[in-house]
Design a protein around this ligand. Structure first.
Ligand SMILES: Cc1ncc(COP(=O)(O)O)c(C=O)c1O
Length: 360
């Protein structure tokens, strides 16, 4: 199957083979070595200047996101959530689950946050300690203005928490220049590893503030995770050891390809697909200026249900992805993350054309 869903993605044989390297006790020095080199490679790829550290958590992206959110707000302070999709909404729901004092700015799913409104909100409320946003809204494939939001948080001395789960390895980001304090990623999207591991990249200057916040969760506490990993070279709880092998291999692949080259590969793939989609008279949901390198949301063709489109393409070996929530009956999504060749994409277009024309 050629996976065109936004993760878990198609992986290389090299990554999949890493899973069968053998059993290992997570309390032995061999695992400490694996943990340390995996953490080092995350930082080499995404924070090469040394001002950041990282903690890896066994769990999907939401595990690290929840850990970051619940570990980042001081008692009596507020979190500002910028919500323009399912994943912005997820941050908001996490904040509510912890009974946080929350301000939420909601936007249309096809719009970026209003910068003036964000600045007004932040500047008028000194209790806002953390501003949280999604980098690449997987709901639609919309890129949010991380640089501009980082400028605002830095100007007013607030922490910037960014969910870049579908951004890291696929989109431009410079944690330093974009003033990101806490950045969340996952192994199984643009990094092309396997599902089961996620991570938080933390600005070193932010650690003391985080350390002063009493833990609200035993497992999902960023400082507990970080201290055990940095101090003892261990994970506090049983890690998914075999997935670590695959994650390190995927990071090796990323570093060998080069992060910028990975972005270029994805950008070339999405440009190719979008030209072809337009040629097939399919309409894109978003205007060009918001488009990411890796997800294209398309209006469903008239007189065709998602189920028919999905099932017909699945019969031909391609997995596409449905719209979510309010968009579930209107759009479908094609992601070009992962180990996909141009031949795979050309074959998708040939098959999509046949399905649209009702041909065998
Ligand atoms: C932007 C974003 N945030 C969070 C998540 C949740 O990640 P997971 O499903 O791995 O928990 C996803 C998953 O697609 C995502 O795209």
């Amino acid at each position: 199957m050629i996976l065109l869903n936004p993760g878990p993605v198609c992986t290389s044989e090299r990554v999949r083979n890493a899973l069968i390297r053998g059993d290992m006790c997570h309390r032995e020095t061999e695992f400490s070595t694996l943990l340390s080199s995996t953490r080092k490679k995350i930082l080499q790829a995404f924070a090469p200047n040394g001002d950041y550290t990282t903690a890896i958590i066994t769990g999907s992206g939401t595990a690290s996101l929840e850990a970051a959110v619940c570990s980042s707000l001081s008692e009596g302070k507020k979190i500002l959530v910028l919500n323009n999709g399912v994943y912005g909404d997820r941050i908001s729901r996490i904040a509510s689950a912890y009974r946080f004092n929350k301000i939420e700015l909601q936007y249309d799913w096809c719009e970026q946050p209003n910068l003036e409104q964000v600045e007004d909100t932040v500047s008028n409320d000194s209790d806002i300690e953390v501003v949280a946003m999604v980098h690449h809204e997987t709901t639609t494939g919309l890129l949010n203005p991380i640089h501009e939001i980082g400028k605002i948080t830095s100007k007013y001395g607030r922490a910037f928490l960014l969910d870049s789960i579908s951004g890291l390895g696929g989109e431009e980001i410079d944690l330093v220049l974009d003033n990101v304090d806490i950045c969340i990623g996952s192994a199984n999207k643009c990094i092309q590893g396997l599902p089961g591991l996620s991570f938080a990249i933390l600005k070193k200057d932010e650690i003391n503030r985080l350390r002063s916040i009493p833990p609200r969760s035993l497992y999902l506490n960023i400082i507990t995770q970080l201290d055990e990993q940095e101090g003892k070279g261990e994970c506090p709880f049983t890690p998914s050891v075999h997935t670590f092998y695959a994650f390190e291999e995927a990071l090796d692949e990323l570093l060998e390809e080069g992060v910028q080259n990975r972005l270029k590969r994805y950008s070339k793939a999405s440009s190719y697909l979008r030209d072809e989609f337009k040629g097939l008279s399919l309409d894109l949901l978003l205007p060009d200026e918001f488009l990411s390198n890796t997800i294209t949301s398309l209006h469903l063709p008239e007189n065709m249900t998602y189920a028919h489109l999905h099932d017909s393409l699945k019969e031909r070996g391609f997995i596409i992805y449905a719209g979510q929530g309010q968009l579930s009956k209107k759009i479908f999504r094609i992601a070009n993350m992962g180990e996909l060749s141009m031949e795979d994409l050309k074959s998708l277009i040939t098959n999509l054309q046949k399905v649209l024309e009702g041909r065998k």
